[in-house]
Design a protein. Structure first.
Length: 388
């Protein structure tokens, strides 16, 4: 299996004995994703799949779910008691005791192993380390196929913004009410026509609601009012195996003459976006390391210089993969500081936002790194506030 070979390669690079996958009730989505375990498969008892740096993998499974890992290579040990489970663990030590697991003191996106299991492993002689670097080098980067999937999805998202903005404009011309929920539905219709799916409806937030980064309309949402802002945040991927998400945000003014303060706010977030991308690009092109935290610090520097430090609510960006919030590097120096360096195949959003009491706005683009070059996905980023 391709993923097993990838695992062995990164285990060797990290100088570890192996990578230990543990799951019960499908709590560890990384284990299921990496090992292709279907979500519908019954998983009421703990299982372990250990990929060693050398030799065959080992499967430790419960007697009543003994076939749960049968598609995977390796030797199978079946247990039906606590004692048998512990004896099975001992066999993993034949190649060493330094194992990577989905456990992290700083990154909740990958920390799926509960503390009790981590303590059990340590008490039985294992030296466990976080699998964060292994995940980054496998699930946290895109290959050419993933980049193509992502790029094609991004192009449709950009096109959909233009389509829906024109529809909103026409509704206002005809003096017809349009609600936030109506626009959500319009975006969802486009996704369906394009054979795309999403884990959630898009965000459509108007007026004061735009000050909530994760606002979701209830009961159809608010009616859009003239001379207010509306924020779109849309994400989707093709409904095909291993498809990769795209995720963008645009903001518009529902009127003709944009107030100067709104112009200034948008100019600031746009400058933060562009300077962050340029900062990453210059570092990558020069062969210099640049971390997710470095990029976030750059964005915050621009927003703070504009006088808006009190209105920053979130990190600069997140990793993108087969899940919209992927398992790679996040542009984050504050919430969960990510000091790992961006590498070829990294794909992530750049989405500076500012949120005042009266309204908020953000501009979001997606970026990936290929052959030491930074590429903006989809189409041309938003340069000016949409308006009538």
């Amino acid at each position: 299996m391709g993923n097993i070979k990838k695992a062995v390669d990164v285990i060797r690079e990290e100088n570890l004995s192996g990578w230990l996958f543990y799951n019960v009730h499908h709590r560890d989505k990384i284990a299921d994703l990496f090992l292709n375990i279907p979500e519908e498969r019954i998983n009421t008892r703990p299982w372990i799949y250990a990929v060693p740096v050398r030799g065959k993998p080992l499967k430790l499974v419960h007697a009543i779910e003994a076939s749960i890992l049968d598609e995977l290579p390796g030797r199978k040990i079946v247990y039906n008691s606590r004692q048998k489970f512990l004896e099975g663990l001992d066999e993993l030590k034949e190649v060493g005791t330094d194992y990577a697991v989905q456990y992290s003191t700083w990154n909740p996106e990958i920390s799926f192993m509960d503390h009790g299991v981590a303590e059990l492993l340590k008490s039985t002689g294992f030296n466990i380390v976080s699998s964060e670097n292994l995940i980054l080098k496998t699930l946290g980067v895109l290959d050419d196929s993933g980049i193509s999937s992502h790029q094609n999805a991004a192009e449709i998202l950009y096109s959909s913004v233009n389509t829906e903005w024109n529809k909103i404009f026409n509704m206002f011309l005809r003096e017809r009410d349009v609600k936030e929920g109506d626009i959500q539905g319009w975006f969802s219709e486009i996704f369906k026509e394009e054979n795309m799916i999403s884990d959630s409806p898009p965000i459509v937030a108007s007026g004061k609601n735009s000050g909530d980064p994760h606002y979701m309309p209830k009961n159809g949402g608010a009616v859009l009012k003239r001379d207010t802002l509306v924020q779109f945040d849309i994400w989707a991927k093709f409904d095909t195996k291993n498809a990769v998400y795209a995720d963008i945000s645009w903001v518009g003014y529902l009127g003709e003459k944009i107030p100067p303060e709104m112009e200034k706010l948008f100019s600031t977030v746009k400058r933060a976006r562009d300077e962050t991308v340029n900062f990453i690009s210059e570092k990558i092109s020069a062969g210099m390391p640049v971390s997710g935290a470095d990029a976030d610090r750059k964005e915050r520097e621009v927003l703070t210089a504009g006088g808006y430090s009190d209105y920053i609510k979130h990190r600069t960006g997140h990793s993108i993969g087969t899940e919209v919030h992927g398992f790679g590097i996040n542009l984050d120096s504050i919430e969960f500081p990510d000091e790992r360096n961006l590498i070829n195949g990294s794909c992530f959003s750049v989405e500076p936002g500012l949120y005042l009491p009266e309204y908020g706005m953000r501009t979001e683009i997606d970026v990936y790194i290929k052959k030491e070059k930074v590429v903006i996905s989809g189409s041309k980023p938003q340069e000016n506030l949409l308006h009538f």
